[in-house]
Design a protein. Structure first.
Length: 135
């Protein structure tokens, strides 16, 4: 992040997301969800959805990876069965170097309440949700 005259000039500009990620510590988790993901009242949610697919989960992931070091990611195994190879490859590339565990969606959702927060996108990709564990 670069500041100039008290104004953030580069990096993540959204103050709610900056606040959220600044509170993530070793082994804490952060959820990045698609637009259809359920609301979890017990965890902080930053909703950045605008219109269909703006922004997408991959947009948020790519922005976060510049300053956030995940050591592990979790995704629903259903993601692999319903999305084309190109979509799977895009997620694999964005998660390069991060071991990814695919588990049933019902198991995946049980991890959500322990997260520090959730960033909701407008992604329409089926099962595009991620849980990132910090290093």
């Amino acid at each position: 992040m670069v500041y100039s005259g008290g104004v953030l000039k580069t990096g993540i500009l959204n103050p709610a997301i900056n606040s959220l990620i600044s509170r993530i510590r070793h082994t804490n988790t952060l959820v990045i969800s698609d637009r259809g993901f359920p609301f979890w009242p017990q965890i902080e949610t930053v909703d950045i959805s605008l219109i269909d697919d703006i922004p997408r989960v991959l947009d948020v992931l790519q922005a976060l990876r510049k300053n956030f070091v995940p050591v592990q990611a979790f995704m629903a195994e259903e993601f692999l069965s319903v999305n084309p190879p190109a979509t799977q490859a895009a997620f694999a590339a964005a998660l390069s170097g991060v071991p990814t565990i695919y588990e049933p969606h019902v198991v995946f959702k049980k991890r959500v309440p322990q997260a520090i927060g959730l960033i909701r996108t407008a992604d329409t990709t089926p099962y595009a949700n991620l849980i990132l564990e910090s290093g």
